[in-house]
Design a protein around this ligand. Structure first.
Ligand SMILES: Cc1ncc(COP(=O)(O)O)c(C=O)c1O
Length: 380
């Protein structure tokens, strides 16, 4: 059986260092707001190239905390609009609603599945305050276009980098012409998830906010800790959203190998891209040879087919697990369809009907990848 993702195998590959580090925390008796979290925050800020990193309980909280902090700063007010991709995980919509703001759904480019800034431009109103590009499947959104649009309309740019840890943008952004920039450093503030299956995954929930904005960072940190500015002094109506010492420790161990793991994901992507018989299987790809570079960390390798369910069953019959990202788009979900269900979003719906994610764990062997490719090529 080739599993979609074998977390056991991945975690075992960090031994014995991982267990030893976790045991040190266990025996220390200090589990929250300690040295390990502080160290990981510094390491991850340095890795992303931002001066600030705040650990959070998960990625949904990281997104929500950024928006709540902008509300406290008076940058956004109740009911203001935030443009979000229509074809992503539900988290970003929920975070905007949680912060008392209004998500405005934007169709993606069918060629990349990332936000289409021409379409986003048409959605801007006098109430629009921010745009949230999601680096979907690990591929960076076109941040140059996003920033041009945001600058024209005075919008904040918030990255949802939950699927793109380590990706490096190949173009230059205004004011930052000299250095290559990573996900998390391409906007006013970024949200990361360390859900176990992510490219950088914890052993449970975890997340982070990265930013250059010191005022925003201070408020995010405070809201994440019950809105307190010092112990038992509460300035904001905050929440409890912490990255704990055990998770931070696991993340520090794993961060040291992230670039290597992402490079292996790219090698596997290249094997898929070069060896799947795209025409005879009538599968569609959004990955061309030129797209396999550091700006994509291949959290997911998506293929598209109107016969997606049939292909998934064919692979399962040959002991190959796949996943769908995602079977139901947010606007069609029970939780949101009353308000958003009437929207016509044909590009989004086609993606949700046709997408299939192939295994792309960095620990897959070339033999296993070859087996997957042969099985796909036999799909007639
Ligand atoms: C694009 C995206 N945004 C946000 C999240 C939310 O992260 P979490 O599950 O850590 O809350 C996820 C993943 O789960 C995600 O894939």
């Amino acid at each position: 059986m080739i599993k979609y993702l074998e977390l056991q195998r991945i975690n075992a590959s960090f031994e014995p260092e991982l267990s030893a580090a976790l045991l040190r925390v266990l025996h220390s008796g200090w589990y929250l707001y300690g040295e390990a979290t502080e160290r990981f925050e510094q390491e991850f800020a340095h890795f992303c190239g931002t001066p600030h990193c705040i650990g959070t309980g998960n990625g949904l909280d990281a997104l929500t905390l950024i928006l709540l902090a902008y509300r406290e700063l008076g940058v956004m007010h109740e009911g203001d609009e935030v443009i979000v991709p229509a074809n992503t995980y539900i988290a970003v919509m929920l975070s905007v609603l949680r912060a008392g703001l209004k998500p405005v759904l934007c169709e993606p480019s069918p060629d990349t599945c990332n936000i289409d800034t021409d379409r986003a431009a048409a959605l801007i109103t006098p109430h629009t305050r921010a745009i949230v590009p999601v680096h979907l499947y690990g591929r960076l959104a076109d941040m140059q276009d996003v920033h041009h649009l945001a600058a024209r309309h005075g919008l904040k740019v918030i990255e949802d980098a939950a699927q793109a840890h380590g990706a490096i943008y190949e173009k230059r952004l205004p004011g930052k012409e000299n250095q290559p920039l990573r996900a998390g450093n391409l906007s006013d503030a970024a949200a990361f998830s360390f859900y176990p299956a992510k490219n950088l995954g914890a052993l449970g929930d975890g997340g982070a906010v990265t930013t250059h904005d010191a005022a925003l960072a201070t408020i995010v940190r405070s809201i994440a800790n019950y809105g307190s500015t010092e112990k038992y002094v509460h300035r904001y109506q905050g929440v409890n959203s912490r990255l704990d010492e055990l998770q931070a420790t696991a993340l520090s161990v794993k961060l040291s190998r992230l670039d290597r793991d992402n490079a292996r994901r790219r090698e596997i992507a290249r094997l898929y891209q070069e060896n799947i018989h795209w025409e005879s299987t009538a599968l569609r790809s959004i990955i061309n040879a030129g797209d396999i570079n550091e700006s994509n960390v291949f959290h997911v390798f998506p293929v598209f087919s109107p016969r997606r369910d049939e292909l998934q069953r064919h692979l399962a019959a040959h002991d190959i697990q796949t996943q769908v990202h995602y079977p139901i788009p947010p606007h069609r979900q029970e939780a949101l369809k009353q308000e958003y269900g009437i929207q016509q979003l044909p590009i989004t719906e086609r993606i949700h009907n046709e997408e299939l994610s192939l295994p792309i764990s960095p620990l897959l062997t070339n033999e296993e990848v070859g087996q997957i490719i042969d099985c796909i090529n036999a799909f007639g």
